[in-house]
Design a protein. Structure first.
Length: 53
């Protein structure tokens, strides 16, 4: 019984660690997407100027 419980606890801890890792990666991806949108907005006037030439 104690072996089964300890394995369940271990799997639960691994699951929670994976969820934390997933949340962290998802947050970084969202941050990168936000940054890329801001960069695109900043570069848009340059792109318009180049296309005029």
């Amino acid at each position: 019984m104690s072996v089964v419980l300890s394995e369940r606890i271990e799997h639960t801890q691994e699951y929670e660690a994976l969820l934390t890792l997933f949340d962290t990666v998802r947050n970084h991806i969202e941050d990168v997407q936000g940054s890329s949108e801001k960069i695109a907005e900043l570069l848009e006037p340059c792109a318009l100027e180049i296309s005029k030439d």
